[in-house]
Design a protein around this ligand. Sequence first.
Ligand SMILES: NC(=O)c1ccc[n+]([C@@H]2O[C@H](COP(=O)([O-])OP(=O)(O)OC[C@H]3O[C@@H](n4cnc5c(N)ncnc54)[C@H](OP(=O)(O)O)[C@@H]3O)[C@@H](O)[C@H]2O)c1
Length: 243
Amino acid sequence: MAIYPELAGKVAVISGAGGNLGIAVTRLFHAANIRLALVDLREDTLRQRLREANLDPEQALIGALDLTQKRAAIDEFVSRVVAHYGKVDILVNIAGGFRAGGPVHEMDEEIWDFMMNINAKTAFLLSAAVARHMVARQAGGRIVNISARAALSGVPTISGYSASKAAVLRLTESMAAELLQYGITVNAILPSVIDTPQNRMSDPNADHSKWVTPESIAEVILFLISDSARDISGAAIPVYGRA
Ligand SMILES: NC(=O)c1ccc[n+]([C@@H]2O[C@H](COP(=O)([O-])OP(=O)(O)OC[C@H]3O[C@@H](n4cnc5c(N)ncnc54)[C@H](OP(=O)(O)O)[C@@H]3O)[C@@H](O)[C@H]2O)c1
């Protein structure tokens, strides 16, 4: 595992921190001595997931936020992080979710809205709040978004998911171009199927050894926020394991 000494003392906001990938990223960032502001839907669940992963919730600033709404509350959380730590250097947008919807001509409107909100709007609202701070601070920054392999082309029966993750890619590229002049890089990760308990349960007969682990994705994210990746922005990085 590569630990980048330059990351010690940096401040990172991580959304979806209590999920499968969120916990792996939180653990790795903590090991790199990054100071953490963790966001998730429910504070009790987040605290419990951190404790289960042998991480001390008291060592992080915690925000319970529905990132699909209440822009003012999201802006307020970022202000709270800045008041607490003095800055934000890094944002990792992990909050997201998945629902298949069947063929488009049979799909419920609610599934489309849910996918666009949970995957695209969450990244938009939190990125906007953090980027405003980074631009004003004039000290650069790093934003990493989690898109998906399914963003690269339309996939039957999961159009809402595929379109919402494509929106994350376009958001990444637009922000990368907008923020280049401020030394802020914005990149996206494209996981294929992640090796999670939920995926194992829903596809028990698949070859799980081919799936990419949350820990492996976390290492790619750590590289993207390190000095070594200072000249990479607007990238969509496939992290597929052997799938
Ligand atoms: N799992 C895969 O195979 C896979 C493949 C490709 C891409 N991805 C993407 O990778 C990311 C992480 O996946 P994962 O498997 O770690 O997902 P996960 O375990 O479901 O974690 C997602 C986290 O985001 C939180 N969240 C959901 N809606 C939110 C909202 N409105 N505001 C704030 N937080 C919210 C969830 O809270 P609750 O648990 O309370 O809902 C959960 O803690 C997601 O963006 C996902 O779309 C996953």
